[in-house]
Design a protein around this ligand. Structure first.
Ligand SMILES: [Zn+2]
Length: 226
């Protein structure tokens, strides 16, 4: 689901829906009508159902008998649990990267940070969301854990759902400053400091959420995926 190059029509449907959820174009609770998806992707109903079943297994879609498929609506308890999982996993990933970091890895982190700064400078919301999550995926990739990269990919999509549901007025996306602090700690070879910086960063994201706020409004499926 995380791959940008789709291999099958089902992969493509999953990737497109995953990206729309990750970029918060598809909101929690949005209805995913089978016939609309068939038309948008020019595929059979069987393929759409297979894609929706795969997205359900990764927690992004909820299938309701006799009603259809909806983008999942994480509860407050689930939201806290996702952040707990991310803090636990990412602290260890960044520690592992810190103890084995290469100059090439540092260059890639710095280059990514520059892309994030550029996206913030031009106020490109879609790129900001994509690159914010991308920083965390890059850390996992550079730490050398393909399995945890896949796990994190799913957790980041779920984080997007949580932010879409529970964000307060100021958008609580990762800022480049906190990512830079993490890179500085990695560069200094300070494993404990790196773990602390990552933990504080994820805690900051969680603290910025308003866990009392109602669900946001939704857009038409055909507009989002057009
Ligand atoms: Zn971040």
């Amino acid at each position: 689901m995380s791959r940008t190059t789709a291999q099958t029509p089902i992969d493509e449907i999953c990737n497109r829906l995953w990206l729309a959820i990750a970029e918060r174009k598809l909101r929690p609770g949005a209805r995913l009508k089978e016939e609309e998806l068939c038309a948008i992707f020019s595929v059979s109903r069987a393929r759409v159902r297979a894609a929706l079943a795969r997205l359900e297994s990764s927690g992004l879609v909820t299938l309701v008998p006799n009603r259809g498929a909806f983008v999942s609506e994480p509860t407050i308890e689930e939201a806290r649990d996702i952040f707990f999982a991310r803090r636990t996993i990412e602290a260890r990933l960044v520690e592992r990267l810190c103890t084995n970091v290469t100059p090439q890895a540092l260059s890639r982190l710095r280059a990514h940070l520059e892309d994030e700064r550029a996206a913030h400078a031009r106020n490109d919301t879609s790129a900001i969301i994509h690159l914010s999550g991308g920083f965390h995926l890059l850390v996992a990739e550079l730490a050398g854990s393909r399995y945890l990269s896949d796990v994190l990919n799913e957790l980041i999509s779920r984080t997007s759902l949580i932010i879409a549901m529970y964000q307060s007025r100021s958008a609580p996306d990762c800022g480049p400053e906190e990512h830079e602090e993490i890179i500085r700690m990695i560069e200094a070879g300070d494993a404990e400091g790196t773990k602390r910086a990552m933990d504080a960063h994820l805690q900051h994201l969680e603290d910025a959420l308003d866990l009392q706020e109602d669900k946001p409004r939704q857009s038409a499926l055909s507009d989002i995926l057009a």
